[in-house]
Design a protein around this ligand. Structure first.
Ligand SMILES: C[S@@+](CC[C@H](N)C(=O)[O-])C[C@H]1O[C@@H](n2cnc3c(N)ncnc32)[C@H](O)[C@@H]1O
Length: 390
């Protein structure tokens, strides 16, 4: 079998298109290439138009992203370099003292491994490959996971996360694992769950909401497996209502309630469209002390931006109407294409239409186990703004 780290060819960029790579930005779009990309998943050497070497990249697969840089300048790209980066990623997570046994071990560009995501759920590792070029490299990744990082069981999920059937590539992982965040436990469906099984990126925001919910009522819109509600109830929230379109997600939420000894009455789990449910709750004059709004990404392509921002405004307007005066909303967006400024403008427009005064208390994002390369801020996906509503 050929060495999956051996470069197949050299690819040159068009004149004047090498500045971002020289600035250690790992993405090269098709329009920047001087010629066609060789077929196949093998890495390529990347050079400027004048032949100056720029590094090594993995071909990006279909779509406009042509190359993902895995080595810049004269950095090496081989099994030792891959192992070094995986071990560095693991050391960083240890250093972070996350107080959780589930975390993102590898966050693609943020760990110098663009196109590769690995989440740990205790002894299980779930890999997501966002480019076919990672497939031949998977055995090398698995070796490090098993030999150096103690992950005996490994699952592979498609890069799109939701909907793609996972494959077991090593060991015999159980379909469900129980994870711990602080003293709170959650049920994770590794085979049928969304993303790699759990929204690990919201860990610190769950803790924030929990710390602000004592004695309060919580509305958890787009709840998935109930993460925010379970954290809040365990910290003394008076009641919580989880709303999600997926009955399977709500079943996982009920499992998490049981794991934490929390009473689960039917009123706390509403299967349905969050927009419609929010309207119905407002019509019934329901009010909450805290509302979490964490919808799926409404903007996946630039062309969706205007419609997506309307969706964010609409649901946040409902959330603001449902909050008691002096209450809190955690407004989230996992659309990387929505910038901070646009998100802030959207919240202001929602507040005006809701007839409420809104103050921004904290602008947060994903937890520190989701590092973002300073050279590639576009990879930053999650916005989670805590606002006070009067
Ligand atoms: C980003 S996830 C929420 C993650 C969750 N807050 C957590 O911390 O685990 C988005 C969720 O929205 C749900 N969803 C998608 N469209 C929906 C809709 N129109 N109404 C209600 N839920 C919806 C999905 O099933 C998914 O669970």
């Amino acid at each position: 079998m050929s060495d999956p780290f051996t470069c197949a060819a050299e690819v040159r960029l068009k004149p004047g298109r090498d500045a971002s790579v020289r600035g250690r930005h790992p993405w090269v779009y098709r329009g920047a290439l001087a010629g066609p990309l060789p077929a196949g998943p093998a890495p390529v050497r990347v050079a400027a138009a004048n032949g100056r070497p720029l590094g090594v990249a993995l071909p990006g697969g279909p779509g406009s992203l042509a190359l993902r840089m895995v080595a810049f300048g004269d950095e090496r790209w081989d099994a030792a370099a891959l192992r070094h980066r995986l071990l560095a990623a693991a050391r960083l997570r240890e250093r972070l003292a996350l107080d959780a046994d589930a975390f993102r071990l590898v966050h693609a560009e943020g760990d110098g491994l663009p196109g590769l995501v690995i989440d740990r759920y205790g002894a299980v590792a779930v890999c997501q490959l966002f480019a076919p070029a990672w497939e031949p490299l998977l055995p090398a990744v698995l070796d490090v996971l098993a030999c150096d990082l103690g992950a005996g069981d490994v699952l592979l999920r498609g890069g799109d996360g939701a909907g793609s059937a996972p494959a077991v590539v090593r060991g015999r992982p159980a379909a469900e694992v129980v994870i711990r965040e602080g003293a709170v436990r959650y049920a994770v469906d590794l085979l049928g769950g969304q993303k790699t099984g759990f929204f690990l990126d919201q860990r610190e925001n769950r803790r924030l909401v929990a710390s602000l919910s004592r004695g309060a009522s919580l509305l958890n819109l787009f709840s998935y497996s109930g993460g925010f509600a379970v954290a809040a109830l365990a910290a003394g929230a008076a009641r919580a209502v989880n709303v999600d379109a997926s009955p399977q997600a709500l079943a996982l939420a009920r499992r998490a309630y049981a794991l934490n000894g929390l009473p689960a009455d039917d009123a706390g789990f509403v299967a349905g469209d969050a927009f419609r449910v929010a309207r119905a709750l407002a019509a019934a004059s329901e009010r909450f002390g805290v509302v979490v709004v964490d919808p799926p990404a409404f903007v996946k392509r630039k062309a969706d931006l205007a419609a997506g921002l309307r969706g964010y405004k609409d649901i946040n307007l409902h959330a603001m109407r449902l909050v008691e005066p002096g209450g809190l909303v955690l407004a989230c967006s996992c659309s990387a294409l929505v910038g901070e400024d646009q998100f802030g403008e959207m919240l202001a427009a929602a507040a005006l239409d809701a007839g409420r005064t809104v103050r921004v208390l904290a602008r947060r994002g994903a937890g520190p186990d989701h590092p973002v390369s300073a050279f590639c801020r576009e990879a930053e996906h999650l916005k989670a703004w805590l606002v006070a509503v009067n």
